[in-house]
Design a protein around this ligand. Structure first.
Ligand SMILES: C[S@@+](CC[C@H](N)C(=O)[O-])C[C@H]1O[C@@H](n2cnc3c(N)ncnc32)[C@H](O)[C@@H]1O
Length: 228
């Protein structure tokens, strides 16, 4: 009963830390990769598309998507940036394989998909116009949140855009459902719990231009546009 009331209390409960360590994330996502799109479309599609809209990708840009997953956003990015540079990285080879299959629908398009971690990016300092990152911070340990944000700030050009989507703390009673699920089985939730990133972004020197709350299938997301 206490658990239920904590979870449904929305912002009254403290943010939970990640319960699935990074070393296990690969295995978890390799396993769910073939089915991920069902969830990705049902509960996350509106927030993901809103982030792409906010990013305002101009053709000819240098764009990095960190934690590219199965490529649901990456396909949209590459379509908008046919003459630019498009890079997608992810920890999970299973998720990357789904991305590769999806991008086959754009023969001749220019992009690179590679294994990599957002905690230690291979890209040079000040080289990226737009960085897109969806539903990754919600599965990082608290101690890694600042580290990833510092890496994003490092690789972005000054004034470069960061479009971010996370599972967030529910702002409605019904949105607390998924936090309850996370408490019962973190793996069932793919290791994701609600986070709020605007304050952390400001601490790392980003200026936050937009922060929106979206809820789809009761699943609470925040969409953020910030500048380096
Ligand atoms: C919930 S899925 C989201 C996938 C995709 N961004 C989307 O919105 O459909 C989380 C993804 O983050 C990846 N991931 C987790 N930690 C990462 C890290 N440190 N660096 C890169 N990718 C990571 C996982 O492998 C997984 O593909």
């Amino acid at each position: 009963m206490r658990l239920l009331s904590q979870c449904c209390a929305g912002n009254a409960s403290a943010t939970l830390d990640a319960m699935v360590p990074q070393q296990e994330i690969c295995k978890v996502y390799d396993r769910i990769a073939p089915l991920y799109d069902i969830w990705g479309r049902l509960a996350e599609s509106r927030a993901r598309m809103r982030a792409i809209e906010l990013a305002g990708i101009a053709n000819g840009s240098t764009v990095l998507e960190a934690a590219v997953g199965t490529g649901l956003a990456f396909l949209e990015i590459v379509q908008r940036n046919r003459d630019g540079r498009n890079m997608g990285i992810d920890l999970s080879s299973g998720m990357l394989e789904q991305s590769r299959q999806r991008l086959r629908s754009l023969p001749g398009a220019s992009y690179v998909l590679a294994i990599g971690t957002a905690l230690d990016l291979a890209q040079g300092t000040g080289t990226i116009d737009i960085l897109i990152n969806n539903y990754m911070f919600d599965l990082l340990a608290d101690e890694d949140l600042d580290r990833a944000l510092r890496e994003f700030k490092r690789v972005l050009k000054p004034g470069g855009k960061l479009a971010l989507v996370n599972m967030t703390k529910s702002e409605t009673l019904s949105g607390g459902f998924y936090e309850l699920l996370y408490r019962l089985s973190p793996r069932l939730m793919g290791g994701c719990r609600g986070v709020r990133l605007t304050e952390k972004l400001k601490q790392q020197g980003f200026s936050v231009e937009v922060r929106e709350y979206h809820q789809q299938m009761l699943f609470p997301s925040e969409v953020i546009l910030a500048r380096a």
